[in-house]
Design a protein. Sequence first.
Length: 342
Amino acid sequence: METTVLTRQHVAKIVQEKGLDLFMDRMIDRLDEAFREESRRGVTPARDGFLRGPENTAILEWMPHHQPGDSTTIKTVAYTPTNPSTHQLPTIVGTMARYDDVTGSLLAIGDGILPTAVRTGAASAIASRLLARPDSRVLGLVGAGAQAVTQTHALSRVFPLDRVLVHDIEPAHAESFAERVEFLGIDVEVAPVTEIEAASDIICTVTSVGVGDGPVLQGRRLRPHVHINAIGADLIGKYEVPRSVLKSAFVIPDHRGQALREGECQQLDAGDLGPELPELCADPALAEARREGLTVFDSTGFALEDHVAFDVLLELAEEAGIGDRVQVEHLPEDALNPYSFQ
């Protein structure tokens, strides 16, 4: 049985041939469809993992999603905040694997770095489309790393953005952001957090703030209708948004159990939360009355999103005729004798 392998070169060629906008648009559409289906099924488990790295500041996690009768997708993902400065590697590194649900055979394996970044941006676009004002034009970014790029790209596909305000504790990251999103044709300005809060219709917090070092927002000058996509919280004790803001907001988690354990929602009780994002996608009327008030999307990223992201990547690869087919697993000539070779 052959396995489809998508290397970094394959992924780059897919993007070059298909285009970034098509990749993002399809991710938004497919993820929206999957969220609506998830609201009926609701079976995706929370991720699990272990702390690692210097002083346990990093983590390795596995994120499984089971599609009964079809396949299982598992992403292994490592979060290492020191990667960009120390090793010139992305903060988030990962791989995707897909297995046949009937035989258990490995169907596909490929990069998980780009799909993770794109699907995270797509999830914010979906949540923002439900909860932010449709005419939102000013995006504020607290954190100017890799995730900030795909957040901006995704939101630009569903809102008429004409201005981005960006802040980062590393001035060089903030200064280089305009060049990294130049392809979007949106004005970018480096600004303090106070200005971002006062001027933004939508804010994305996308930082590597340490455990116990948050929040990164002050929450004192927020516009009454602002929508916040909180992306960076992914460890117990790590958060970006002040509890006072969360307590006064309509808070939507992507995955309730996961968010209460390690997202912004760990600062709240379960009764403080609104519906999960999949529920909101299935019943958009729940969001309409909230658009003029403060809303927060607690994005921890869950395995359904990775399953969909790998679907999209594999579809684009097949359409473009890109990828290798190799025999990874040992399939003996005699299924009862592991020493018999085909």
